[in-house]
Design a protein around this ligand. Sequence first.
Ligand code: AVJ
Ligand code: FE
Length: 475
Amino acid sequence: MTAPAHPSDPATTPAASTTPPAASTPGAVRAAAREALERARRRTLALTDCLDDEELCAQHSRLMSPLVWDLAHIGNQEEIWLVRAAGGQDAIRPDLDPLYDAFQHPRAERPALPLLPPEPARRYVAAVRDRALAVLDTARLDHDEADPLLADGFVFGMLAQHEQQHDETMLATHQLRHGPAVLRAPRPAAAPADAADLPAETWIPAGPFTMGTDDEPWALDNERPAHRVDVAGFWLDTVPVSNRAYQAFMADGGYEDPRWWTTAGWAHRVQAGLHAPLFWRRADDPEATPGGWLRRRFGVVEPVPLDEPVLHVCWYEADAYARWAGRRLPTEAEWEKAARHDPATGRSRRYPWGDADPTPELANLGQRHLQPSPVGSHPAGASPHGVRQLIGDVWEWTASDFAPHPGFTAFLYKEYSEVFFGPDYKVLRGGAFGVDPVACRGTFRNWDYPIRRQIFAGFRTARDASPDETAGAGR
Ligand code: AVJ
Ligand code: FE
């Protein structure tokens, strides 16, 4: 098996706009939509062409679907929304709908379904794509188009994001899979010279800000509407929690001390036998390995790099670490204020650095690397207050349950967000190295169960102002 062209190959990845800015012309929206769909498809094929049929049909973990399910599910959703709903065309394969409906079959059951084998699945997604692009070529995509599916090309942007989200899920399946490495990518650059001297925490002054959005054209339903939220002043880690810091928690007996864990977190820690991040194991010769731990990363075993953000920890572990450190996880509103509020203008921006689309200099996104950048990287992508790596590198667990913004309405379908609202899911923010820019922005909300560790999640911590800081002038 030869390694496929990596989706990060310069030859296959044009420098492209990710999301059409508000008030784009229909022509610009059409071009951005086509590029986003084609970029997603190159990635989907790169993640599936590198494995043989047996591996594509296997279930590499009970937590995941066989890759061949994700592949045809991507096409089936595209058929439902772009070909049938937006294009008004007849179904190509209505018989496939129940097989690829995520709500009819939990992941663990999917290998037993009469799924399309890999070659027919590839032909199916290609046939759907031909029709979807024909719909895109003629659709009215104006901002004031009466059909909300088409206005600003929303449904095309939504389906590009859907495919990229499944690509990230497939990347997690690759990480869970055992066997020789099939994915390759260059390592991220070393941390910049100032990384070691950054302040550990950054003060985010008190005051209201605008959370969520009304005018980001491809923002999903749960990011809407824009609303004012008052946030007390707080301290936020300047960079994500590193493997070095996390190992200090481990070395201090953090996993053995119920004081740091919630009741539910401790019960889970004991029952699941958690003692280190997922994919870590103790080095055979710990003295010879800095930090003493190894990790398996996409089929390669290597020493855990101490200056990289910690990855593959669940919410309960993040929450316990924060309590051990005398801190807490930031709320979702705190996170978004730190990432979007511009103190100079009072506006909320699309990203920490401003409104411009992400670039490799600004953030580690798009599976250009198969790991996070070292802590302190991407100074150009810092927020106005100097917080780094809010976008890219690792998803960041927040303290918050997944809840609707005030005034929420479900769109396109209530199974995207609405059925998940409630205390069962915790919100993650900021995106990871395997997230495409089209599916990542300052308002983007991800969610998962607090026990989940196979996702590309780390965290940073926060704390309230101490009493004298609250009283102090200039705070
Ligand atoms: C937003 C990542 C939680 O994978 O369950 C994919 C995205 N929704 N297909 C998920 C999604 C429908 C969703 N997450
Ligand atoms: Fe899906």
